[in-house]
Design a protein around this ligand. Structure first.
Ligand code: PMP
Ligand code: GLN
Length: 389
């Protein structure tokens, strides 16, 4: 039979699916794919259950239910002092994954260039390519993951239509500073382009750092699409509810992309997420505090085993250099090895690179798990590597 889509035929199954399947097969503790092992807030789950029973189970409005769009606008105001008109500037999507695609679709024409920053989330490059646009990738260097300013300047050119950034950043936990955001905003403005901001970890941030949406910087309000995810903010990753805040000039295009992708998202989940976004400040603060304690637990435990642990200021993830453990193989082999032989699963960081010369000695561990589960994972790794040396 003749070949179907050439590009999709050339790419593999996402690393998150591959490693989760391997974890299940070997009954290992899955610190690979990033999902919490407890449900989110009881009142939010109850609101979703209640909403199933009150007769509003048909197609919700294409841009999202008013309650949730109003809640997204209110959250923008509460957390970032952004004045947002819920009716013309907010769109609800089926997860941030759809939101990323919808935003890219909203601004890109075939042949346009998009600046991306490696390490990057694994849907960015495939979507850009499927739209016929061209990724221009710049790379952050570990362990500091500083913005490579000269490379960024060089990546922007007359064909640049947009930059896609992710802060706090998966997998490295980098939180972009005000100064770095200033630098990026300046490039965006100079090149008359757009910014797509994947801010799914906006409320998972440590060490007193502050999340600053690029959208709040001078000149960026009308050029930025800001993406959030209820999955991360309410520890309910399976719900797949995302939201996009974008100015009234961009939102109609975002919504035309959304209407052709999924059209809408389960109404009970949307209404429950609206309840979640209305929770008081202490909920959002404790999300970070709890997670920071688990980051510390993993950072200390992994260092004791001999990993070189890189700093992480946000997200679910901690990146480690396993070179000191003298494992004979690359990161893919290492993650497979610990799944099969230590009973703990991690993600090879090379999966977050598009180009073949990616670093191959880092493994990412998710710490969004119960402390006793993290303890058991550390005990297993300690036993395994202790026995090897
Ligand atoms: N962006 C980043 C950086 C992520 O880590 C994830 C992980 N889920 C997503 C987007 C997708 O979010 P969602 O599950 O809401 O689609
Ligand atoms: N964002 C999650 C991670 O980085 C995975 C999401 C997915 O599996 N699609 O682990």
């Amino acid at each position: 039979m003749r070949g179907a889509n050439t590009y999709l035929g050339s790419i593999g199954t996402t690393i998150f699916t591959v490693m989760s399947a391997l974890a299940t097969e070997h009954k290992s503790i899955n610190l690979g794919q990033g999902f919490p092992d407890t449900d989110g807030p009881e009142d939010v789950v109850q609101a979703a259950a209640d909403a199933l029973r009150d007769g509003r189970n048909q197609y919700p409005p294409m841009p999202g239910v008013p309650e949730l769009r109003q809640a997204v606008a209110a959250a923008n105001r509460r957390f970032y002092r952004l004045d947002v008109d819920w009716a013309s500037e907010v769109t609800v999507t089926s997860g941030a994954t759809e939101a990323i695609t919808a935003c890219l679709m909203a601004v890109l024409d075939p042949g346009d260039e998009v600046v991306l920053i490696e390490p990057l989330y694994d849907t960015y490059v495939p979507v850009v390519r499927m739209l016929g646009a061209i990724p221009r990738i710049v790379r952050l260097a570990p362990p500091a993951w500083e913005l490579p300013r000269a490379a960024l300047k060089a990546a922007f050119g007359p064909k640049t239509k947009a930059i896609l950034i992710n802060s706090p950043m998966n997998p490295c936990g980098k939180v972009f500073s005000a100064e770095e955001l200033d630098f990026l905003a300046d490039l965006v403005l100079r090149h008359d382009s757009y910014a797509i901001c994947d801010e799914v970890y906006e409320h998972l941030i440590f060490d007193g750092k502050r999340h600053i949406p690029l959208m709040t910087l001078p000149g960026m309000r009308d050029r930025t699409m800001r993406i959030g995810s209820a999955g991360k903010t309410f520890s309910l990753t399976g719900w797949k509810v995302g939201y996009i805040t974008a100015a009234a000039n961009l939102t109609p295009l975002v919504q035309k992309a959304h209407q052709n992708l999924t059209f809408t998202t389960a109404p009970n989940l949307q209404r429950a997420v609206a309840v979640g976004l209305g929770k008081d400040d202490s909920y959002f603060a404790s999300l970070s505090t709890n997670l920071q304690a688990r980051r510390d637990q993993m950072a200390v435990g992994l260092a004791e085993i001999g990993f070189d642990v890189l700093p992480t200021n946000g997200s679910y993830f901690i990146t480690t250099d396993f070179t000191p453990l003298r494992f004979n193989g690359d990161d893919v082999a290492f993650c497979r090895h610990i799944t099969e032989h230590a009973g703990v699963t991690a993600i090879p960081v090379s999966a977050f690179y598009d180009e073949p010369d990616a670093p191959r000695h880092y493994a990412r561990f998710a710490f969004c798990k119960r402390p006793e589960v993290l303890d058991e994972a550390l005990t297993r790794l300690k036993k395994h590597f202790g026995e090897r040396r």
